[in-house]
Design a protein around this ligand. Structure first.
Ligand code: C2E
Ligand code: MG
Ligand code: MG
Ligand code: MG
Length: 291
């Protein structure tokens, strides 16, 4: 679970690579040019509406096309981005790529809403909401095409400030998700207080729910909790037909995971989408066609 832990930005020196101070410094240096030269790309992973089988949204996951090391995943670099003080810059780059893509999909006649991951440090960045709204309006993209995913560790940051920033984003029509729900400081009080729309149940629960009664009970009760608070429930890390079927039976709203599709570059996602059976029909037990 290295990727998730290192994604918090509070966690340093856990990666073998990064124990080498010189390598760390070199990578931080390379990150500067990665931002300047556009080496970050987004892969898109569909989220399926379990009521209809339709795909209306995707999660954008950042990849670094490193000039010599190949395609790197966030677990390889995200903590260094934070340590190098480059998260603010990277977040802007990622949002720009995602919103350009949203504008293209909208222009092509098949709008898809895109979820972008925010680090906890972005929730102390009071300039973010205005910048995001400007980025949307210059592209003519409605706020409903953007979702933002935050993990519970934003509670470690300045909670009042985080609440203020989230409220401004959400009042403007951007939907907010709590990512990796259930692994962090899950607290009933923040669910009551915070402006959020959706919980994304962490994949550790989803992956064990078909074999472990306790995990299954936690999944079922989390879905009920979400619904009684008026929140949508999304399951991540859905890898099997068993989990997909069980989540549907339990009334989970959306599912995301390798059973449906892995994250794909935009063009491959588009062909994946075209290959799907009738999207507005419920998914049959054959599941999704694999890529
Ligand atoms: P996340 O937001 O929880 O994203 C889900 C991660 O699970 C992704 O890993 C995805 O590729 C992976 N995944 C999807 N389906 C499955 C499945 O069925 N099974 C398993 N085992 N894994 C699955 P990825 O792309 O390596 O990203 C890791 C984390 O890095 C993300 O976790 C997110 O917290 C962070 N991240 C990604 N992009 C960004 C970004 O642009 N900004 C920030 N701040 N964080 C990012
Ligand atoms: Mg996420
Ligand atoms: Mg997650
Ligand atoms: Mg439902």
């Amino acid at each position: 679970y290295k990727a998730k832990v290192s994604g918090t930005g509070y966690h340093v020196y856990d990666d073998v690579d990064h124990d080498d101070g010189a390598a760390r410094l070199r990578t931080m240096d390379e990150l500067q040019s990665a931002i300047a030269e556009g080496q970050f790309v987004l892969h898109y992973q569909p989220k399926v509406d379990l009521d209809t089988g339709a795909v209306h949204s995707v999660e954008a996951l950042t990849r670094w096309e490193h000039p010599t090391r190949g395609l790197l995943h966030p677990g390889d670099f995200i903590d260094l981005v934070e340590d190098a003080g480059l998260m603010r810059a990277m977040t802007r780059v990622v949002l720009a790529i995602a919103l350009d893509q949203a504008a293209r999909w909208r222009a092509d006649g098949h709008p898809v809403s895109i979820a972008v991951n925010l680090s906890a440090s972005s929730l102390v960045d009071e300039g973010l909401p205005d910048e995001v709204f400007t980025m949307l309006s210059v592209r003519g993209v409605p706020a409903t095409d953007l979702q933002l995913e935050i993990t519970e560790d934003f509670l470690m940051a300045d909670r009042d400030r985080a609440r203020k920033i989230l409220s401004r984003l959400r009042t403007g029509g951007i939907r907010i998700s709590i990512d990796d729900y259930g692994t962090g400081y899950s607290s009933l009080s923040y669910l009551r207080d915070l402006p959020v729309d959706e919980l994304k149940l962490d994949r550790s629960f989803v992956q064990t729910m078909t074999d472990d009664d306790h995990a299954a009970a936690l999944v079922a009760s989390t879905i009920s909790l979400a619904h009684s608070l008026g929140l949508r429930m999304v399951a991540e890390g859905v890898e099997t037909l068993g989990a997909y079927t069980e989540l549907t039976r339990l009334g989970c709203d959306e599912a995301q995971g390798y059973f449906i599709s892995k994250p794909l570059p935009a063009a491959r996602f588009e062909s994946w989408l075209r290959r799907q059976p009738v999207l507005e029909q419920p998914v049959q037990s054959t599941g999704y066609r694999r890529f």
